[in-house]
Design a protein around this ligand. Structure first.
Ligand SMILES: [Zn+2]
Length: 280
């Protein structure tokens, strides 16, 4: 796909599937959050995005029919806060999982319907199945459009920006398990929360897992059994190619790898730094 991802632009991706990009571009959000509109006679809005009045108005203008449902992948602030205003304006049902504690979560999101793994939203035009994918966020859901085989991945898989795993709500082991689980689904395309559609789901998932494992191997190799290293030291070593402005964010994913290594018995948190355990 070569459609530009520009805020406010509505793109028809397939019959009954539209994308609208929210006006929140940035280093963590790429071109901005993707809001998808599903259905023509009655519409489900998937990830209404941050609360920006112009975006809420653009969603309503882009909807080809009345908005009945609001599906939320997770409650980070760039994905769910517009749900409340949109629900008030349209009477639509909010669907998703409640936020875990924490300031990074949209604590105002209160689902009218709580979705568990395997739960479906069935309409006259489409069926959406929830796939619980903890890792980036513990309450993260991907949504499978059963007719098309498209998976709306939220922040579980992005196109063009790296997914941050921010402990304690973010969990690297869960993230990798959730990725592997997706390979059991029959997927034709991925529709991410940021960036364009991805056409080869299995190859994309394999690449992400390989990339994470490669990074984890670098973390393990950077640890010494004899002298501890701080997380700051490890970030500059393991993410040496990265713009230093992004080191604070990378430090969160580094910690997520360290926690996974510690659970596997190959790293240890001394309280003031990290050491390697076992053979190098
Ligand atoms: Zn997120």
């Amino acid at each position: 796909m070569s459609e530009p991802l520009t805020a406010g632009v509505v793109t028809d991706l397939a019959p009954g599937v539209r994308r609208l990009v929210a006006p929140n571009p940035g280093p963590m959000t790429g071109p901005g959050t993707n809001t998808y509109l599903l259905g023509r006679k009655e519409v489900a809005v998937l990830d209404p995005g941050p609360f920006i009045e112009a975006h809420v108005a653009a969603i309503r203008a882009a909807a080809p029919g009345p908005i009945r449902w609001i599906l939320v992948t997770h409650t980070h602030r760039d994905h769910s806060p517009a749900a409340q205003a949109l629900a008030e304006l349209t009477g639509a049902l909010r669907i998703g999982r409640p936020p875990p504690p924490g300031a990074r979560q949209d604590q105002g999101f209160a689902p009218d319907r709580n979705m568990d793994d395997g739960d479906r939203l069935s309409t006259d035009e489409f069926v959406i199945r929830a796939v619980h994918t903890p890792g980036h966020a513990s309450n993260h859901l991907c949504y499978l459009h059963e007719g098309l085989g498209w998976l709306f991945t939220g922040d579980h898989i992005m196109n063009g920006s790296t997914v941050v795993i921010d402990p304690p709500d973010g969990n690297m082991n869960d993230y990798l398990c959730s990725l592997q689980r997706l390979k059991q689904l029959e997927l034709s395309r991925l529709a991410p929360g940021h960036g364009d559609l991805l056409d080869d789901p299995d190859a994309e998932i394999d690449w992400i897992v390989a990339h994470r494992m490669e990074r984890e191997a670098r973390v393990r190799a950077a640890l010494s059994a004899y002298h501890e290293k701080t997380e700051e030291e490890l970030v500059s070593e393991v993410y040496s190619e990265l713009d230093p402005h992004l080191h604070a964010v990378a430090a969160r994913s580094l910690l997520a790898h360290l926690i996974r290594l510690e659970a596997a018995g190959t790293a240890h948190d001394t309280g003031s730094g990290w050491v390697g355990v076992g053979p190098q």
